[in-house]
Design a binder for this molecule. Structure first.
Ligand SMILES: Nc1ncnc2c1ncn2[C@@H]1O[C@H](COP(=O)(O)OP(=O)(O)O)[C@@H](O)[C@H]1O
Ligand SMILES: [Mg+2]
Length: 223
């Protein structure tokens, strides 16, 4: 469960930008949430704060029993690596590494990649890439690269998956494949998923829709 209280983020600068203006909500374990709202409404900023990739200006985030903003930097890094998974619009694979090596990267950071090789292969099968283990990113389509990125996000058994416009660069068929994988992970593994999307049809697949406008929640409803 994620409990967010009065979350604010103002980007400093000559003219400070208040990107999040005080958000409070609760995410139950196993929920699949679509985060929507027009460009500049604060979706990525919210994902960055929840994903511990940035420090909010004010507010509180509890994940299960952990006051995550109170963790030291070292503990925060460890928490990110072991409990949170990320999928971004632009895949962010390492070009010099094969699909299998890319999936193993977060396990490498924990020093247990040798034990995780079988899991990495299983995850690549789960995303339909069992035949592409030794391909490099530039030998894969955008959709295939995104599926490698999903497998990589899952290698350390996260409890929450954050996805920021994961289908924005993909064609319709690849987008459907990615969404099917998310739905399957949510249903079968009870993975909590928070996905930013611009596509109303994709947002409808989630159980709940949170919509932002100008740094505030303007809609939060089960669907
Ligand atoms: N690193 C940053 N520095 C300054 N302003 C930022 C930064 N990132 C985002 N913003 C601003 O914060 C607001 C919300 O941006 P963002 O969270 O990226 O919105 P969305 O993902 O919904 O398009 C926008 O006004 C944007 O210009
Ligand atoms: Mg964004």
């Amino acid at each position: 469960m994620i409990t967010v209280k009065n979350l604010k983020k103002t980007y400093p600068g000559k003219v400070p930008t208040p990107a999040l203006k005080g958000l409070s909500f609760i995410v139950q374990s196993g929920e699949f949430i679509a985060l929507t709202g027009r460009s500049g409404s604060g979706k990525s900023t919210l994902l960055h704060q929840l994903g511990l990739l940035d420090n909010p200006t004010e507010g509180n985030i509890m994940i299960d029993q952990t006051d995550v903003l109170a963790l030291s930097d070292t503990k925060k890094t460890f928490y990110r690596l072991t409990s949170l998974g990320y999928v971004f619009q632009e895949y962010a694979l390492v070009a010099e590494f094969t699909a299998l090596e890319n999936v193993l990267l977060p396990a490498m950071a924990l020093g247990n990649h040798n034990d995780q090789k079988e899991r990495a292969k299983e995850l690549l099968s789960l995303v339909g890439l069992e035949e592409r283990l030794n391909y490099y990113p530039n030998e894969l389509s955008g959709g295939q690269q995104q599926r490698v990125a999903i497998a990589r996000a899952l290698i350390n058994h996260p409890k929450i998956l954050f996805a920021d416009e994961p289908t924005a660069n993909l064609d319709t068929a690849s987008s459907k494949t990615v969404l099917d994988i998310f739905l399957k992970l949510n249903k079968e593994e009870k993975l909590t998923i928070i996905m930013v999307t611009h596509e109303p049809d994709y947002a409808k697949l989630a159980q709940r829709n949170i919509e932002l406008l100008d740094g505030l929640i303007i809609k939060d409803k089960k669907q």
